[in-house]
Ligand binder design. Structure first.
Ligand code: GDP
Ligand code: MN
Length: 511
């Protein structure tokens, strides 16, 4: 089932993480599908190209060159019966040895059935402070007057006001109000009200957001502390290590990708055995690598252990603290927080998932999610209605190879109901730039007849005005084909994926 993280704080700093929306888009863009966040949803003008991403940062050495491919048919072909002629043998061999269409694009094949829940900084910090991790005192405000009130109540020497959006790089961001910087320090509580007024309700654009930024609905008002040193610390579930890894750098605060590129020797990594847990020596080693000296070393190690235990307890896939800082008074403090969660753990992390702030998703994505459908917006004109992530990407590829461009794809997933098919069509046709629909469903668990009934119902009720090409295969496909052909509707059926893509592209070209 295709589940892509539609939640923001989109980009993991680490290329090895699972697949999120932005990486999907960059992967799609690198294939010539110009990705755009979210769907048109009829609102027009919301379409936009995703900003270029910096190259993903990989902290492990580059993989060794692949071993020469072994002939997977060695032996097998020789055992085959004599009638298999040389040509058939060659064809089979070519097919078996051909690099799969998608495998060449490592990012695309990483597309996994994951949705990484993201929380706002204040939510992450609450979890952290509840678990003994050191964060500043703070309040959250939705209005400027609440922010001012919070600033007074904090009664702190200095206050830091931080826009809450699910993207990093806020410090260097710019608001649509003209205000520069999503993080402001001030000693005067009154200024907090004025600043918050220029934050709340405006878009904040950072290098991790789309160009026009993301609307700020909340601000965090916290007690500012002096920072004498900023380091970087993250705990990730890293597939290449089959488990958690601590990643740290004594040069935090700034863009960690830049440090990794210019000074890779300043990135330290400590692999943790998930069964044994984090060892004292590992936490101490990381604290030392981060440059914490004297009594600060034990304090930092203690914080690292607490962060690791939290990471496990909440089923996180990533906990990132940047800056993980020290104060002149000798405190180790987490000044920023970004936590991603494994959505497969939703059943046992109900409280956390209940905090999910979907307001930064595109409305069409939320609407799709209501019906258990996954929607990804792209910027072509052929809507793809598919089941499964692999089929989704294959469908996009084959449309592209045939000279077309996918407008989006909507993944139906497994246990399908007729009503879902109807809803899917409703969503797809709501996008004004969709000029044709390609249905490519493989009925494994799915019964094709249910899909066919859903399609005919949707066509009638929605008075479908764009060409519809349908390729169904698998369970109960003959009945499904009968349903479609007896419907009297102008549905073009296709025998296979290639045929479907050709017909869909041709139907758009004709217009
Ligand atoms: P980001 O830009 O979205 O990563 O937001 P951060 O929370 O990391 O804040 C950006 C920068 O603001 C940090 O790297 C710090 O240098 C600075 N900053 C944040 N909080 C404080 C604070 O309490 N005191 C001081 N002195 N600086 C802070
Ligand atoms: Mn930060």
């Amino acid at each position: 089932m295709l589940k892509v993280n539609l939640g923001p704080r989109w980009r993991s700093s680490w290329g090895t993480q699972g697949f999120d929306r932005r990486s999907l888009r960059s992967a799609a863009a690198s294939q010539g599908h110009q990705a755009r966040p979210g769907g048109g949803g009829g609102a027009g003008g919301r379409r936009r190209a995703a900003p270029p991403l910096p190259p993903p940062f990989l902290f492990q050495p580059p993989p060794a060159p692949p071993a020469p491919r072994q002939d997977p048919l060695a032996g097998f072909l020789d055992k085959m019966a004599a009638p298999v002629g040389a040509q058939a043998r060659k064809l089979l061999r070519d097919l078996a040895l051909r690099p799969p269409l998608l495998a060449a694009r490592s990012q695309v094949v990483q597309l996994t059935s994951r949705r990484w829940l993201n929380l706002q900084e204040y939510q992450s910090k609450k979890l952290m402070s509840d678990n003994g991790v050191k964060v500043q005192r703070f309040f959250v405000a939705d209005t400027a007057s609440e922010a001012l009130e919070a600033a007074k109540r904090l009664n702190a020497k200095e206050i830091v006001l931080k826009a809450q959006i699910l993207a990093g790089g806020r410090g260097k961001g710019v608001f649509s109000s003209g205000l520069k910087g999503g993080v402001h320090l001030t000693k005067d509580p009154k200024v907090v009200g004025q600043l918050a007024k220029q934050m709340i309700g405006y878009n904040l654009a950072t290098k991790q957001t789309p160009k026009e930024g993301v609307k700020v609905k909340k601000v965090m008002v916290a007690e500012a502390l002096d920072i004498s040193r900023e380091t970087y610390l993250a705990i990730l579930m890293d597939r290449s290590c089959n488990g958690p890894v601590l990643v740290g750098s004594p040069q935090g605060g700034v863009d960690i990708e830049e440090v990794a590129a210019s000074n890779p020797e300043l990135i330290f990594k400590e692999q943790i055995d998930i069964i044994e847990g984090i060892k004292d020596s590992q936490a101490q080693q990381m604290a030392e690598n981060l440059g914490f000296l004297g009594p600060l070393k034990n304090q930092a190690a203690d914080q690292i252990k607490k962060l690791y235990n939290l990471f496990l307890k909440i089923d996180a896939t990533q906990v990132e603290v940047n800056p993980f800082g020290e104060t002149p008074e000798g405190q180790v403090v987490c000044f920023d927080a970004k936590i991603n969660f494994d959505d497969n753990a939703e059943f046992r992390q109900k409280d956390i998932f209940a905090m999910d702030d979907k307001s930064e998703n595109e409305p069409i994505e939320n609407e799709a999610a209501r019906y258990d459908l996954k929607y990804i917006g792209l910027d072509g004109n052929i809507a793809c209605f598919v089941n499964g992530a692999g089929l989704a990407m294959a469908t996009c590829d084959i449309i592209f190879l045939n000279g077309g461009k996918p407008a989006n794809f909507l993944d139906l997933g497994g246990g399908v109901k007729e009503s879902q098919v109807y809803q899917a069509f409703k969503l797809l046709t709501a996008d004004p730039k969709v000029e044709a629909i390609l249905v490519n469903i493989f009925g494994g668990i799915v019964n094709c007849a249910i899909i066919a009934n859903g399609i005919t119902k949707a066509c009638r009720e929605l008075e479908l005005k764009v060409p519809l090409v349908v390729r169904l295969e698998g369970t109960n496909v003959h009945e499904a084909q009968n349903i479609l052909s007896n419907s009297g509707l102008p549905i073009t059926s296709a025998v296979d994926l290639e045929d479907a893509a050709k017909k869909a592209v041709a139907s758009v070209a004709k217009k």
